[in-house]
Design a protein around this ligand. Structure first.
Ligand code: NAP
Length: 310
């Protein structure tokens, strides 16, 4: 049987990628040069593999007239032109649920790292500064309000963790839910009421720069912004200005507007805790995500229902 030609814009995790290569004719497209060469393949490209930050533009879709399915190793699909895919009948799958706990753990870690100044404390000892005096006091979490933007799978898992830490949970999304947390009908109201504003919504045009200068001002000089959603949700220059002018207290970020490139002002800022998009980056979770991608591809080519269609 001819293995379906598959454009690989991002390889699957190491435990799964060899299995993909056994079952599919993989065309490497991880660099502009390899993409150009893959697109000139004589075999019709029927599948595409990417991750949560993969961009599939209308221009790329135009070069893939035989594409049937896009499978993403990630839950966000803001880089995919969904209307164009729908119009062409191209199917899309992602990997929800299997990564929820790991991403919520990282959001919780960022809350603890920012409130208890853990990065500074670590640096303090690496600089052997303890003999010169004690490390300055940090802030307790209990009694603080965590305002979650997007109380979906990950947002709810964050709420569970922060409740256990003694925090009060509030949230904003487009629809209120039957949960025991305070719903705020606007993000501005949520930011005003929050000590920690935690972003856990999708990226894409609908949430682009939702967190702007006005929202940061509402969060206020004792407030902390945590972002595990997408860099595009935050107006990064406005965030840098807010940090530099003490409009907000500090920030914990796992995602950035122009990954993997960060503005120097953010890299250098002492009250910015920065992580390189590691929300789901554990061997266990990435393997589960890769397996789900492979299972979705196999289901499609076997004519069976997709496991996690978008
Ligand atoms: P989900 O279950 O679909 O939850 C998304 C939530 O956002 C829903 O509660 C939704 O509620 C809300 N929402 C959607 N659009 C909104 C808008 N325009 N304004 C306000 N709220 C909005 O998704 P999930 O699995 O929790 O994942 C959430 C996001 O986390 C992903 O899309 C991805 O961008 C990000 N993520 C990051 C990492 C990482 O490594 N850092 C890993 C995985 C995922 P309503 O529909 O009621 O508005």
């Amino acid at each position: 049987m001819v293995r379906p030609a598959t454009l690989v814009l991002a390889p699957l995790p190491p435990a799964i990628h060899p299995l993909l290569e056994q079952q599919f004719h993989c065309l490497d497209a991880t660099s502009p040069a390899s993409l150009a060469s893959a697109l000139s393949s004589p075999q019709p490209i029927r599948a595409l593999v990417g991750h949560g930050s993969t961009q599939v533009t209308p221009a790329l879709l135009d070069q893939l007239p035989h594409l049937e399915i896009i499978t993403l190793c990630g839950v966000g699909y803001d880089g995919i032109d969904l209307p164009a895919c729908r119009a062409r009948g191209i199917r899309l799958t992602n990997t929800p649920d299997v990564l929820t706990d790991d991403v919520a753990d990282i959001a919780t870690a960022l809350v603890l790292m920012t409130s208890r100044r853990l990065v500074e404390a670590n640096r303090f000892l690496h600089q052997n500064a303890w003999p010169n005096g004690p490390f300055p006091l940090a802030s307790a979490l209990r009694g603080n309000t965590a305002g979650i933007l997007g109380l979906g799978r990950i947002g709810k898992a964050i709420a569970t963790r922060l409740t256990a830490l003694g925090m009060t949970i509030a949230y904003h999304s487009r629809n209120p839910q039957p949960v025991p947390h305070t719903y705020h009908p606007t993000l501005l109201e949520l930011a005003t009421e929050s000590d920690f504003l935690i972003l856990a919504c999708p990226g894409g045009p609908a949430t682009h720069h939702l967190v702007d200068a006005q929202i940061l001002a509402a969060l206020g000089p004792t407030g902390t912004l945590i972002n595990i959603a997408r860099g595009s949700v935050v107006d990064e220059p406005a965030l840098i200005h807010a940090l530099e002018t003490n409009l907000i207290h500090n920030v914990g970020l796992d995602v950035f507007e122009n990954e993997p490139h960060l503005p120097p002002a953010l890299i250098d800022h002492p009250r910015a805790v920065l992580l390189p998009h590691v929300g789901s980056a554990t061997t266990e979770t990435r393997t589960a995500m890769g397996q789900l991608c492979l299972d979705n591809l196999n289901a499609h080519f076997a004519g069976q229902p997709l496991l996690t269609p978008v």
